[in-house]
Unconditional design. Structure first.
Lengths: 406, 439
């Protein structure tokens, strides 16, 4: 029996407004409310709502035989609450079927795993708490931002009590090994690693509507046959949820493809669907996965250079996390809110200067004219935030002194 | 005395310091009883009028006669204007001209609009007139000769600004037999980063100065270049430093957002302006004093390079970029500053420190700038000496008494730089030239 594991990532960053040097010290609203709302409502209309409705229908039709998993970032949930609460309701309806698993990740879709254990643990706990509140279930499987994974990250995740983690089936890590089996973390063997089958995943996510592709058009039957032909035990199809209706528009037939997929796959007889945790438990690990350096699911290189690959990104990253202790000391929800959205990996992605094969993908998601503009804008906001943090800290200290002398 | 001047447009429609200088100079000359017939290029838009269009002083467009020049009617009465249809602009290079022309042919844009960033686009090219800049310069000269012929007997001396009008000046001299004065506001050597200069422009500059009876240089720095690199006889070259004219009305001070001291660089981010040295000095200062912020205002071909350098030095949380500033924002930036720096590698004159000092901001300027010759109350350093630059910044930030002295004395000093005085010197140059020719 072979298992198909469908997993979708749901994320929207809080986008910063154009914030000039002249704003520093005066203007403390950093977000582009109009753009954030417009994008959220557009994606909700084109993707989240129709796709959630479709999945709910498929789950009911197949009476428990169709399953899938999600991870939803904190910043996406915050924007659902603010701009599209009906999306959150539709995710709850999916949760109630019992056929959908929600995974843990960093609250802000942040790069905290690359900063320090302390930052990371805090971000993960914040996210798990939010998922518990929204969907009444504590997550037991984990996926890191953009599938960033290394042996050390796996170890931290295992220490936090998670049993399973997702990672990219990157060629440079896998070598001759197949991603279609369960592996374990090399430091902590209790943690099971599920690896993305990037070929089959990208057939849907990137190539589905590509008319130049020799397999165009992709039908559910053809795809089910490919899955059946795969060697191994678990086929992991991991992709952005926005693939459905947003990157691949409804007119490409993507929804019809999804509608037909469960039946086409189940028809094979020897293939079943499972959530991430079920799939990890269903088989014995075949080996240990060694991954000393961080990898991810992004770009041709499958590394972290999309976020921390040039001096602009490194500078912004180190200046951001240098503020951590101050923000912690404040214990103020308003500051923590800003602190969270400033950590979102997208800000660093906008500063990338890799313009070869993956330039298209980068520019598609980039609201800035250049990486330099993105950097300047981010640093201006960060400068103002730092000033505000320092002011608040000084005020707090003087209050303490007053109460001590009184 | 009457002068036929080939100059450039007046504020507020100016492309750079040249227009401002022409304006101040003309006013100063009028106050010194010199009548000016001011000839300037002006594109009229669509019509391809390849002939002279003489505009009488009485029907000069309103913006020149009274709307922008308040309370100066008596002065302006001594100035008449002649517009020649042309789309030449100061500081344009033959390559830029070609770019604009191609842009026009591709997009069909043909209005003389000024776009936001004058560095990337000074003008939207109107596309008419000469096929290339050199041809346009020659055509302008033909028209200039016609102007000189029509105005025969109405002027005693000819004065030409910037190499683009030098052929016009030479032509006018040939037609009228009157002496020619050319004014060097910048040389080819200031425009390029090395000795890799545009030889066509160099040749026109050299020809203009060779044909001229007198050459006016905006600084001794420029005068030396003229003598050494263009082989112009030293006795022909006179230095007259630019002056500066400020608007009467004072803007109210903008509200400061940050308590930190602000150190500002304002100008094009190009090799010539020395932005790299500013960054290195900033890094040195930030190692010692935390409560300082550096601002680089402007844009240019070295901007991305500078941003990367700032990031690599790890000072991006204290080093800010504003992008290109226009209009009021420039003034606002000066008013928000505590120290102004102009680390130019090569600057024929350099008016920006004067504007900073006028806003009570103590300034640090490079010794390689013409303005260094006229200022006492500005700290002067070699552009490459980032240690000295850092020292000076540290001094202004740490010792308020020093900053106070420089800002008070600096304001006094800059207020004393009057076009009246500069114009008197120019008038003396005219007299010299006229007398010499009469001999």
């Amino acid at each position: 029996m072979k298992t198909v594991c469908l997993y979708f990532q749901v994320h929207q960053p809080w986008r910063l407004k154009v914030y000039r040097f002249f704003n520093i010290g005066k203007d403390h609203n950093y977000l582009d409310d109009f753009t954030n709302r417009a994008i959220m409502q557009k994606v909700a209309r084109q993707c989240y709502l129709p796709m959630n409705a479709l999945l709910l229908k498929l789950i009911k039709e197949n009476k428990g035989a169709f399953k899938c998993s999600f991870s939803i970032t904190g910043s996406a949930v915050e924007q659902f609450r603010a701009y599209a609460p009906e999306v959150l309701d539709s995710f709850r309806a999916l949760a109630e079927t019992g056929c959908v698993e929600f995974l843990a990740e960093t609250y802000s879709h942040s790069l905290a795993a690359l900063s320090s254990k302390e930052d990371f643990v805090e971000q993960v706990k914040l996210h798990s708490k939010m998922i518990k509140e929204e969907f009444s279930k504590k997550p037991v499987a984990f996926r890191n931002t953009e599938l960033i994974y290394s042996d050390a990250i796996g170890e931290m995740v295992s220490e936090l009590g998670f049993k399973t983690i997702l990672a990219e089936g990157a060629k440079h890590i896998m070598g001759w090994k197949s991603p279609n089996y369960i592996y374990t973390n090399s430091i902590d063997n209790r943690l099971r690693v599920l690896l993305r089958n990037y070929k089959l995943s990208d057939d849907i996510a990137f190539r589905f509507s590509n008319q130049g592709w020799d397999q165009y058009p992709l039908t559910a039957d053809k795809f089910a046959q490919w899955i059946s032909d795969e060697n191994g035990e678990v086929v992991n199809l991991f992709m952005d949820y926005e693939t459905f209706g947003e990157h691949q528009k409804a007119t490409t037939g993507i929804f019809d493809f999804v509608k037909a997929l469960p039946k086409a796959i189940l028809k094979q007889g020897d293939v079943q669907f499972a959530t991430v945790s079920e799939a990890a438990k269903a088989y014995q690990p075949v080996g240990v996965l060694h991954c000393p350096h961080a990898m991810s699911w992004a770009d041709e290189e499958r590394d972290v250079t999309a976020w921390l690959g040039n001096e602009l990104q490194n500078e912004a990253f180190s200046k951001l996390y240098a503020l951590k202790d101050k923000v912690k000391a404040l214990k103020n929800a308003d500051f923590e809110y800003v602190w969270n959205f400033m950590q979102t990996s997208d800000h660093f992605y906008y500063m990338a200067t890799k313009w070869l094969s993956d330039g298209d993908v980068h520019s598609y998601f980039n609201p800035y004219g250049s990486s330099y503009e993105a950097f300047i804008n981010y640093m201006n906001v960060l400068s103002d935030f730092e000033i505000e943090v320092d002011k608040a800290l000084a005020a707090k200290k003087s209050r303490k002194k007053e109460t001590a002398t009184a | 005395m009457r002068v036929l001047m080939f100059g450039w447009e007046f504020p507020p429609h100016i492309a750079g310091g040249l227009g401002t200088a022409c304006y101040g100079m003309t006013r100063g000359l009028a106050r010194n009883d010199v009548e000016v017939i001011f000839v300037m290029p002006k594109a009229s838009g669509d019509e391809d009028e390849r002939f002279v269009k003489v505009v009488n002083a009485s029907d000069v467009e309103a913006r020149y006669s009274n709307s922008t020049i308040e309370g100066a009617d008596d002065i302006m009465r001594k100035i008449s204007f002649i517009h020649i249809d042309s789309n030449m602009v100061p500081y344009i290079s033959p390559e830029e001209w070609d770019t604009y022309r191609e842009e026009y042919e591709r997009t069909g844009k043909k209005f003389w609009e000024r776009e936001g960033d004058s560095w990337t686009q000074r003008y939207t090219f109107s596309g008419k007139y000469g096929a290339n800049l050199m041809e346009e310069v020659a055509r302008y000269a033909v028209v200039a000769a016609e102007v000189a012929r029509q105005l025969e007997g109405q002027f005693d001396v000819i004065h030409a600004h910037d190499w683009l009008t030098y052929f016009a000046g030479i032509a006018a001299k040939r037609v009228s037999g009157k002496p020619l004065v050319v004014h060097m506001h910048a040389t080819s050597f200031d425009r390029s980063s090395s000795d890799n200069i545009d030889t066509r422009v160099y040749e026109i500059e050299r020809a203009g100065m060779a044909a001229a009876d007198r050459v006016i240089a905006v600084s001794n720095l420029t005068r030396n270049i003229v003598i050494e690199k263009y082989n112009i006889p030293a006795e022909k070259v006179v230095t007259v430093h630019n002056a500066v004219r400020f608007a009467e009305k004072e803007n109210e001070l903008p509200e400061r957002g940050v308590d930190d001291k602000i150190i500002t660089f304002l100008g094009r981010i190009t090799f010539q302006k020395g932005p790299d040295y500013f960054v290195e000095a900033a890094a040195k200062v930030l190692k010692r004093v935390p409560n300082v912020r550096f601002v680089m205002a402007g844009s240019g071909d070295m901007m991305n390079h500078v941003i990367r350098r700032v990031a690599r030095l790890g000072i991006a949380d204290r080093f800010h970029f504003t992008g290109f500033l226009k209009g009021d924002d420039v003034h606002k930036m000066f008013q928000l500053s505590d120290v102004y720096i102009m680390p130019s590698v090569s600057e024929p004159f350099g008016i920006s420190p004067l504007e900073a000092m006028r806003a009570n901001v103590p300034s640090i300027i490079s010794k390689q700038s013409g303005v260094a010759e006229v200022l006492d109350y500005a700290v002067k350093v070699d552009y490459w000496d980032v240690d000295a630059m850092a020292d000076a910044i540290y001094g202004f930030v740490k010792y308020p008494a020093l900053a106070k002295m420089f800002s008070e004395k600096g304001l006094e000093e800059v207020t004393g730089l009057k076009w009246n005085n500069a114009a008197a010197k120019i008038k003396a140059v005219y007299e010299d030239a006229i007398n010499e020719l009469a001999k």
